[in-house]
Design a protein around this ligand. Structure first.
Ligand code: CP
Length: 317
């Protein structure tokens, strides 16, 4: 595997999940693969889980790890070609990226949507420059339009907890005080469609996701209808995708918060969220603390999804 930015890079999902469950049984079985290999993790945005789980996965594989927080201790980077660099950016991405490639074997990049230009975000302008100019295998640690390591961990978690071959999985929008990217719901939708589950997306009007991610999912504006009979409820906030409201908050309606009453509509569903989560905006305290909450197992599986991706990249070096 040379690049990992979407479900299309991982191959058959049943094989990937099988490999993940094997790695989980013995996460140090491939520690020889990373000997004398270096992972460079580049963060343009904050992280807790991705930073720790990916570093742990790399250490399980015997790799050395360098972490760079671009906005804390590195030169501020210009990303636009043709700009007269008389502002506050002393270095251009076009030099910085190949330089970074000199010091490592694999690069992970976290770079969120900037909401300045929808086309730039949906063309994945930042991570694609790493793919084009670093000369190294590159994987997404959440880019502008997707968070595949999270979706892979979510898939592993559902496979571990499901009691039906084809569970009903519901992705529901929930309120949040800040404008968030569509990366997590985009990837979750993409991976759930690929897994072939009974997959439903529910959100208020105006929060439609990009059609290429929605795929064949059922979409409804009626959250209660969506939740009925659900086996897994995946809550997440996202900002508007559709023009002219791209990147904007259209609603903070707390009637969409996942509560015990909402979960009572389901078939005793498990609750899922990628974290970090705003309690009593996205989900009530009692739901996230209940024995049906999978938020910690999901986070734990981030180590496993990252290890499978890094293992495959190391095997192809
Ligand atoms: N879920 C997730 O990616 O968490 P972080 O933003 O803390 O890495």
């Amino acid at each position: 595997m040379r690049y990992f930015t979407s479900v299309n890079d991982i191959g058959p999902l049943d094989k990937a999940v099988k490999e993940a469950l094997e790695v989980k049984q013995n996460r140090f079985a491939y520690s020889h693969l990373g000997r004398n290999r270096t992972l460079l993790m580049i963060f343009f945005n904050s992280s807790l889980r991705t930073r720790l789980s990916t570093q742990k996965a790399a250490m399980n594989l015997g790799m050395n790890v360098i972490v760079l927080d671009v906005n804390n201790g590195a030169w501020k980077l210009e990303t636009e070609r043709g700009v007269i660099m008389d502002g506050d950016c002393p270095e251009h991405l076009l030099e910085a990226v190949p330089v970074m490639g000199c010091y490592c074997d694999i690069i992970g990049v976290r770079s969120f949507a900037r909401f300045e230009n929808k086309e730039d975000d949906y063309n994945e302008k930042i991570i694609n420059q790493f793919i084009k100019y670093s000369g190294r295998p590159v994987f997404s640690m959440e880019a502008a339009t997707g968070h595949p390591l999270q979706a892979f961990a979510d898939l592993i978690t559902i496979e571990e907890y499901k009691t039906k071959a084809r569970p009903k999985v519901v992705l529901t929008w929930a309120p949040h005080p800040r404008a968030l990217p569509q990366a997590v719901p985009n990837s979750f939708a993409q991976w759930m469609n690929a897994a072939g589950y009974d997959f439903v997306i529910t959100h208020p009007k105006g929060y439609e996701l990009a059609p290429e991610f929605v795929g064949n999912a059922k979409v409804t504006y009626d959250q209660d209808e969506a939740l009925r009979g659900a086996d897994f409820v995946y809550a997440k906030n996202w900002s508007a995708y559709a023009d002219p409201n791209y990147g904007q908050i259209l609603s903070k309606d707390r009637a969409w918060t996942i509560t015990t009453e909402k979960m009572a509509l389901t078939d005793n569903a498990y609750f899922m969220h990628c974290l970090p989560v705003r309690r009593n905006m996205i989900v009530s305290d009692d739901v996230i603390e209940s024995d049906r909450s999978l938020v910690i197992p999901e986070a734990a599986n981030r180590e496993i999804s990252a290890e499978v991706v890094l293992k495959r990249m190391l095997e192809s070096l």
